[in-house]
Design a binder for this molecule. Structure first.
Ligand code: BMP
Length: 211
């Protein structure tokens, strides 16, 4: 089974469906974020599932009070999303509101440089939150493999480590898998390349070689 997740950050429905179709053979799941949801609407979720047969992760990075998180997550799970990504820093009640409705991934540390300012100092608390709530998985930064190892070492074994930041942000497949990542998220290096299918295939082969 593939461990590659495509971050399908395009606006247009047709383009999203075409890229999904071309790359599906090499993917474990497709991640949809605000660009695609704003550009194409929630209806893109069941369309992607029907087109590819793959799970869909809605990367909403929910960060609201429990009631609002619940109002949003219920519609997105109803639309067919298999997983929702939520922020942990808003507290366990807000995350629990999402987890009660479906499989959830908690952000414990982000991949961009600015994550060092506020998120990294609270990563330990977010790991503790994840260990207490036992979500499907957590987000950890492929751009900092040493942090992926650290997060993996502190997390309960069953919780998956899902790592964005490979490719365009500088993260390397081999390093992040060696550090303990279960899944790799790749966006621009696939969807913005001249040949998304070939780019997905190459990354898939690299993941396979390191797994
Ligand atoms: P790209 O490979 O083009 O950099 O895309 C990465 C994807 O993962 C984007 O959808 C981004 O919003 C998401 N992401 C990230 O890059 N870093 C994080 O810490 C968390 C994310 O969800």
């Amino acid at each position: 089974m593939s461990s590659l997740i495509l971050a399908l950050d395009v606006y247009e429905r047709e383009r999203a469906l075409e890229i999904a179709r071309e790359t599906a053979d090499y993917l474990w799941a497709i991640k949809v974020n605000w660009p695609l949801l704003i550009g194409s609407g929630l209806g893109i979720i069941p369309e992607l599932k029907e087109e590819t047969g793959l799970p869909v992760i809605a990367d909403l990075k929910l960060a609201d009070i429990p009631n609002t998180n619940r109002l949003i997550a219920s519609k997105v799970f109803e639309a067919g999303s298999d997983y929702i990504i939520a922020h942990g820093f808003v507290g366990s009640d807000s995350v629990r509101a999402v987890m009660e409705l479906g499989k959830t991934i908690i952000v414990v540390e982000m991949s961009h440089p600015g994550a060092r300012e506020f998120i990294q100092p609270v990563t330990d608390g977010l790991i503790e939150l994840a260990n207490q709530l036992e979500p499907f998985g957590v987000i950890a930064p492929a751009t900092r493999p040493e942090r992926v190892s650290y997060i993996r070492s502190k997390l309960k074994p069953g919780i998956k480590v899902i790592t964005p930041g490979v490719g365009a942000q500088g993260g390397k497949v081999g390093e992040v898998l060696k550090a303990g990542a279960d899944y790799i998220i790749v966006g621009r290096s696939i969807y913005a390349s001249d040949n998304p299918r070939e780019s997905a295939r190459r990354i898939y082969e690299e993941v396979k070689a390191w797994s």
